[in-house]
Ligand binder design. Structure first.
Ligand code: NAD
Ligand code: MG
Length: 392
């Protein structure tokens, strides 16, 4: 039987990496649903090539054009995930790869229909983990994180408990500004920040990687996914991006997970549960021993990456991560539009988190979906106000 699969965010970097894996094994998969936002050329190309039964297109103008083009065809085109009929077929695998909190509701919707969910969308894990975890328990849906660091932690800590573990390092490449002079930080533009030296990724995560916000989000993601003492986690700079997590066990052993800097490796291993030959997807394999010679690890310089100092104070309040995430989504998009400077991202995040109204939103219980949106909206508005005040 073919595996029925849905890819939420198929036109993005993770979505396309997933399709590259599937492309070589099309006889094993039945591509049920793909989704995108505004890249009309790519949406058309994916419809032609993969013949999904359903395509969800978020941008209304693009949705209308595509819907018109395929009006006499079998494919169903929707503008919103919520427009898909409830009687939707059951799926084997869903890959959650929309960027930002926009992925939260589609992910929740598809957990209910899937045997297994591969989670790339970290913003959704950060904001909606309690909902996702409880729902997966209820529907017996298996969760596999595919963010490379989390995929590695998952693999390395299977069958171990908190009492067995001394330390967990999450690696960070350090991004494009690891060695740039601090004085020149005021001239950084979005076009510089998206040039990641090691990973080819979407714009938002590339910008988040350039100031280490991505690692802050990933630490919160790890606190959510794995029930270890948060104090055991630390970020370590590893410019080669070949080791993705390091676990020091109390029994004297240290394990790390190495794989080449290619997201297809965690994604494919999650799809096939480690049971396949990577040569089917990646034809050229580099000389691994040569890679080992290059390994370097160093501590994070907090002057260069002050964003990492935001972490300890806010992570354990349920609303802190939601506020941090929402404010950051706004700041990244304004930075791309040239309305916010690179250097003002950190102080603005700090100001929003330190706002006196924060307390009103610092709820103790696990947030419901309405709580999440309420907190998210407050943080977005607050951030926009601070940006406008600064630009006045
Ligand atoms: P991307 O920008 O390349 O792709 C995002 C996808 O989401 C696209 O398909 C886009 O059409 C869709 N999308 C954007 N806005 C939308 C909206 N409002 N509604 C519905 N769909 C929308 O991003 P990416 O790099 O593929 O990252 C996706 C997620 O995976 C992010 O949460 C990111 O942090 C995470 N992630 C990415 C990588 C990577 O290597 N790219 C690695 C680890 C984790
Ligand atoms: Mg990662």
């Amino acid at each position: 039987m073919k595996k029925k699969i849905a890819i939420l965010g198929s036109t993005g970097s993770i979505g396309q990496a997933s399709l590259k894996i599937i492309k070589n094994n099309l006889k094993e998969f039945n591509i049920f649903l793909l989704s995108g936002n505004s890249n009309q050329i790519l949406i058309n190309a994916q419809i032609k090539k993969y013949k999904p039964k359903v395509f969800v297109i978020n941008n209304f103008a693009v949705y209308k054009q595509i819907k018109k083009k395929y009006k006499n065809k079998k494919i169903k085109i929707y503008n919103k995930f919520s427009h898909i009929p409830l009687s939707l077929t059951k799926l084997d695998i869903t890959i959650s790869a929309i960027v930002g909190i926009a992925g939260l509701e589609p992910t929740i919707q598809f957990i209910k229909k899937s045997k297994k969910i591969l989670l790339a969308n970290k913003e959704t894990i950060i904001c909606g983990w309690h909902i996702i975890r409880n729902l997966c328990k209820k529907t017996k849906t298996k969760i596999i994180p595919i963010d490379s660091e989390h995929f590695s932690i998952d693999q390395l800590t299977k069958n171990f408990q908190d009492k067995d573990i001394e330390k967990i390092y999450i690696t960070a490449s350090g991004g494009p500004f690891l060695n740039r002079s601090l004085k020149s930080f005021k001239r950084i533009k979005a076009s510089d920040a998206v040039k990641h030296p090691k990973w080819k990724m979407g714009k938002k995560i590339s910008i988040d990687s350039s100031n280490l916000m991505n690692k802050v989000l990933e630490l919160i993601e790890a606190y959510r996914l794995f029930p270890f003492n948060p104090k055991k986690y630390e970020i370590v700079i590893h410019p080669q991006s070949l080791v993705h997590a390091i676990i020091i066990f109390k029994n004297g052993q240290t394990k790390f997970l190495y794989h080449e800097t290619d997201m297809r490796i965690p994604i494919a291993n999650a799809i096939y549960e480690n049971n396949f030959d990577i040569q089917n997807i990646l034809k050229r394999r580099k000389d691994i021993l040569k890679n080992f010679e290059k390994f370097k690890f160093k501590r994070v310089d907090k002057k260069r990456f002050p964003i990492v100092t935001l972490l300890p104070k806010y992570f354990n309040k349920n609303s802190g991560p939601i506020i941090l995430n929402a404010s950051n989504e706004v700041l990244v998009s304004k930075f791309i539009d040239g309305k916010v400077s690179f250097k003002s991202i950190y102080p603005t995040l700090k100001a929003v988190l330190g706002d006196k109204d924060f307390k009103k939103y610092a709820i103790k219980r696990s947030p419901s979906i309405n709580d999440i949106y309420k907190i998210d909206r407050w943080a977005r508005n607050k951030t926009i106000k601070l940006i406008e005040k600064k630009n006045r």
